[in-house]
Design a binder for this molecule. Sequence first.
Ligand SMILES: *[C@@H]1O[C@H](CO)[C@@H](O)[C@H](O)[C@H]1NC(C)=O
Ligand SMILES: *[C@@H]1O[C@H](CO)[C@@H](O)[C@H](O)[C@H]1NC(C)=O
Ligand SMILES: *[C@@H]1O[C@H](CO)[C@@H](O)[C@H](O)[C@H]1NC(C)=O
Length: 491
Amino acid sequence: MEYLYILCLLAPCYATLNNKKFPDDFMFGTATSSYQVEGAWNEDGKGENIWDRLLHTNPNFTVNGDNGDITCNSYHKYKEDVALVKELNVTHYRFSLAWARILPNGHVDQINEAGVQYYKNLITELRANNIEPLVTIYHWDLPQTLQDEGGWPSSDIVDRYADYARLCFSLFGEDVKYWMTFNEPKEFCLQGYGEGTNAPGIKESGTGEYLCAHHVLKAHAKAWHIYEEEFRPTQNGQVGIVLDTNWYEPATDSAEDEIASDTKLQFVFGWYAHPIFKGDYPEVMKNNIQRRSLAQGYAVSRLPEFTPEEIEYVKGTADFLGLNTYSSMLVQPRKYTDVSAMGSEYDSEVEEWYDDSWPKGASPWLVVTPWGIQKLLRWIKNEYNNPRTIITENGYSDYDGTLDDVDRINYIQQYLSGIRDAMDEDGVNVFGYTVWTLIDNLEWVFGFTNKFGLYNVDFNSPNRTRTAKKSVGVYQNIIRTRCLVDDCIDS
Ligand SMILES: *[C@@H]1O[C@H](CO)[C@@H](O)[C@H](O)[C@H]1NC(C)=O
Ligand SMILES: *[C@@H]1O[C@H](CO)[C@@H](O)[C@H](O)[C@H]1NC(C)=O
Ligand SMILES: *[C@@H]1O[C@H](CO)[C@@H](O)[C@H](O)[C@H]1NC(C)=O
């Protein structure tokens, strides 16, 4: 392996960065999501979603009572946002569709034309600037009416989602070639329906998250089959899913800790990836949850079962994998296993923690461990037969949105280097990288206090003025040279 020790161009950094060029067709991009940037929460016929409801009725759910009512006002400033995307020189922009903007009550019988027009305008503006839209169909903002009908833990949602996805393909599919059915189902199922720390705030640990996931997987598969049968022949695009995970590093090199690492990855990532890429839930999930459920007095496992037909129906339903990853954690077998404890954390029988010495971002879950991304990509390659993968999210948060964002620059350079190492040394099939995020925005329960943007947003100004941070110049430079160092060698 050839490495160059370098001093970074615009910021001091001391890491060893990969010196091979990224392939010419490697896609560099940036991302946002509807609730985090759009605002206009009740304008032009948009319906209420579960975040609107939760943060209006329970403002102290978020830091400072922040919410998405206005946030970056991208609904009105989308042309300005696209101009920033253009200025970055990226080839693709990942954004999400707000279900309740298109279908105010969640059902397809009532289409909100103004909402449809907003996304048509955004896509047209991107295409006019030569930017490929990557569209997330669902990024956490369920219409409130569908939550009132049971939300993700209810099986009715599968058909509601399938109807909505079909409508999206038919409305926008001429101009959209990359679809992502869901963003981070692990987060919205676990936190929304298990731990209750995200919308809709339901605390049903040990059952709610598994029911949610089961219906998400069926809904994802149904959307993929709809695309396959009704749209692919004419539209010729691709449909994937975005899954998120940390790298879980064994605390020691003991066999027990190595197994704990694999078990944790199965419980966090395999939960979704195994049914889609291999068929059915991972064995370790089925075994642990069944054993613990019976010990708790349940007649059957709390993990729902797929029928053999359903296993086949869900299997093979991703044209690519979208991977969101930011951090690593240490793991070992859980020492004190209380069989009555409920939740997938306990079902995994693994305990996890951050090493105190690892540098941290503003978000409590964000630690700077660029060495983890290569290990994670290698694990995914080996586990799922090297799926085509795009890093759909990766990025760094600070508290103040400083324009002199040296820590973000170092983070992005080092993680890209780890990705390039994995492509080089392990042959992982990564075709793109998308920085989270274009502009500082509403970071869910952390409100406007965790800032991930390449561009600063002044939330005190009615104009929501956007200003480039130093990372913009560094990212432009990486994209122009396709390289992380001064002296690159061809790949
Ligand atoms: C949250 O809001 C409730 C109801 O308004 C209030 O009683 C409670 O003290 C608040 N909690 C915090 C932490 O501010
Ligand atoms: C509003 O923001 C844009 C950039 O985001 C800036 O060009 C413009 O000057 C701002 N207008 C005012 C009145 O601050
Ligand atoms: C953007 O890309 C074009 C074409 O590769 C290049 O000529 C230009 O210098 C780039 N701009 C920046 C700011 O890097």
